[in-house]
Design a protein around this ligand. Structure first.
Ligand code: HEM
Length: 545
């Protein structure tokens, strides 16, 4: 007898007010830091829920804040500005950014304009956040504004000789509201991809909701530099996200078929996997438009320095102290490492590596990024990096090193983190069926490999982006135009002296967010994708260097 086919209902759309019992109402365990996970153990459960995770029995039944039309982007438009008592934060942000590129605050601070702004922040009242809790869009906007203020403040702090050995202090007017609302969203108190992209874009016609292709993301709300490049950097990432909604839909449909795993299911899965490959190529095409729309010099010299988090100097980093709350925490015994070394909190700044989209595709296709015992992991590991495996470790037989995904989970909103952890423990994984039926249904294995080929192509094309935007820029001096915007145009002589030394930057020395050795890491992500294939890779295999 053919089993009755009952497709699951589509995921629910996000709603404006937090509904009663919504698991976002529970502070996530993120807020509990430990010695091995300074920013909190990534988990879906709340510390007030006695370890019980929210009810996520099936991918379709839980509220993962994943919208059928917009994917990980909120289904309802982001709000543009906070009013009432929170206007003071918005005004501080306006003043920091200035009215035109080059008119706002400068990295390293030191000018009268920078100092006056900093004094204003230090004297700003500690505004109550209780009224924000009625609405997710309000909470999200508050997080965006406060983390931008925190980064503006941190990076206008006068530089100390490298390596920086004093933590940067974030004043209570920012740190207290920020530490209060961050756990409500399940985000760290630092700028994340959610702040720069997911909660920071508006559609072409803001009076209508986001949709592709008729009303795509077109402008950004908060910005460090006010440059066109920064706006496009965020907007193109958001277009990748909305294009990803179709990939998520195909994955959900596939999971529904996996429950049945009959002949019809296998035929449908084959079709969905081929479509998924097309969708991944589409995301890669959109990513490549960065080359046309974002100036690599602007990105590297003007924009990226603002992204740096408390851990940007690698193991030598001194972190950020969130004043008003961290001084109390420092005297407690919770985090002996930070206490003993007088270090602040070690958060990374924003990166598209924090987007849940590619990680979801990886998990769905079972691309395993956890290190094998044979691999020399010491060079991929930072001293301050978490070394204890969280409960969500995908493969207990592997080394207990936290993977990039596990670290990135900490920077995703709680519902998206929950979505990924749930996907990784799904009871009917795709790969198992593909391997099991490889002989009887070779077209399924072929379609599975086609999707992996597309993911590998995405990674190779993304690698080119990283080469242009980071490596090439690290090896050459900024133009006069950019030096003027940086306020270093008069330092030609000094720059010439540095030139020779700097142009010799070795590939192996270039690091990504949180200090990851960039090339080794990206090459490894590509190679792990190839390893997952059932047959031999068919496309060209580029030497990534
Ligand atoms: C100018 C554009 C971009 C630059 C300069 C860039 C740079 C980087 C860098 C440096 C990393 C290494 C990890 C880190 O430092 O955080 C990284 C990782 C990553 N990026 Fe990008 N990225 C860009 C655009 C994108 C876009 C649009 C996407 C998504 C569609 C994306 C997805 C990823 C993913 C998933 C990783 C993790 C590594 C992997 O899974 O292969 N990136 N990116």
């Amino acid at each position: 007898m053919t089993p009755r086919r009952t497709p699951s209902p589509p995921p629910t759309s996000p709603r404006r007010p937090l509904p009663p019992g919504h698991f976002l109402a529970l502070p996530p365990s993120f807020s509990q830091s430990t010695a091995s996970f300074p920013s909190g153990v990534p988990s879906t459960s709340s510390h007030v829920s006695n370890g019980l995770a929210p009810n996520v029995a099936s991918l379709a039944s839980a509220d993962f804040e994943v919208d059928v039309r917009t994917g990980f982007l909120p289904g309802k438009n982001n709000i543009e500005r906070l009013g009432g008592e929170w206007t003071v934060w918005e005004e501080a942000l306006d003043a920091a950014r200035g009215t035109a590129p080059g008119q706002g605050l400068r990295i390293g601070g030191g000018r009268q304009q920078d100092e006056l702004w900093r004094q204003g922040i230090e004297m700003m009242p500690i505004v109550d956040t209780a009224g924000l809790c009625v609405s997710l869009p309000l909470l999200r906007r508050a997080h965006v504004v406060l983390v931008f203020l925190a980064h503006f403040y941190a990076h206008t702090t006068a530089p100390t000789p490298a390596p920086r050995n004093h933590p940067i202090n974030i004043p209570p007017s920012i740190s207290i509201p920020l530490l209060t609302i961050s756990p409500l969203l399940g985000l760290p108190p630092v700028a994340t991809y959610a702040d720069t992209v997911l909660y920071n874009v508006l559609p072409l016609d803001p009076s209508r909701e986001l949709s592709l292709p008729s009303n795509p993301p077109a402008t950004c709300l908060a910005s460090f530099t006010g440059t066109r490049s920064e706006e496009h950097f965020y907007v193109i990432s958001a277009i990748c996200e909305i294009a990803g909604a179709e990939a998520l839909r195909l994955m959900r449909q596939s999971l529904d078929e996996l429950f049945l795993a009959d002949e019809v299911a296998i035929r449908r899965l084959t079709i969905y996997l081929r479509k998924l490959a097309t969708q991944i190529d589409r995301i890669a095409d959109i990513t490549m438009t960065m080359l046309k729309e974002v100036d690599p010099e602007d990105f590297y010299h003007l924009i990226r320095p603002w992204f740096r988090g408390g851990d940007a100097d690698g193991p030598e980093s001194a972190g950020w102290i969130y004043q008003g709350l961290d001084e109390q925490a420092a005297s407690s015994a919770e985090n002996p490492v930070e206490r003993a070394e007088n270090k602040g909190r070690m958060f990374s700044g924003p990166s598209a590596g924090q987007s849940s989209l590619i990680h979801a595709i990886d998990i769905f296709l079972t691309v395993d990024h956890s290190p094998t015992p044979e691999e020399d992991e010491t060079s991929l590991k930072l001293d301050h990096e978490p070394v204890t495996s969280p409960s969500a470790t995908p493969s207990p037989s592997r080394s207990n090193e936290a993977t990039f995904v596990q670290r990135m989970l900490q920077y995703m909103p709680l519902p998206h983190r929950t979505f990924l952890l749930h996907l990784s423990t799904h009871p009917t994984p795709l790969r198992q069926l593909v391997v099991h039926s490889a002989q009887s249904h070779p077209q399924l294995a072929e379609a599975y490999d086609t999707a992996l080929e597309a993911l590998k192509r995405f990674r190779e094309r993304h690698f080119r982006i990283v080469s242009v935007f980071i490596v090439q820029q690290a090896r050459r001096q900024p133009s006069l135009r950019v030096r003027r915007l940086l306020g270093t145009a008069g330092e030609d002589e000094e720059i010439e002296q540095q030139e020779e030394a700097e142009s010799a930057v070795a590939l192996g020395e270039i690091r990504g967010t949180g200090g990851t050795p960039l090339f080794k890491f990206l090459r490894r992500c590509r190679d792990n994708t190839t390893k997952a294939m059932i047959g031999k890779p068919v496309g060209p295999h580029f030497d990534l260097q």
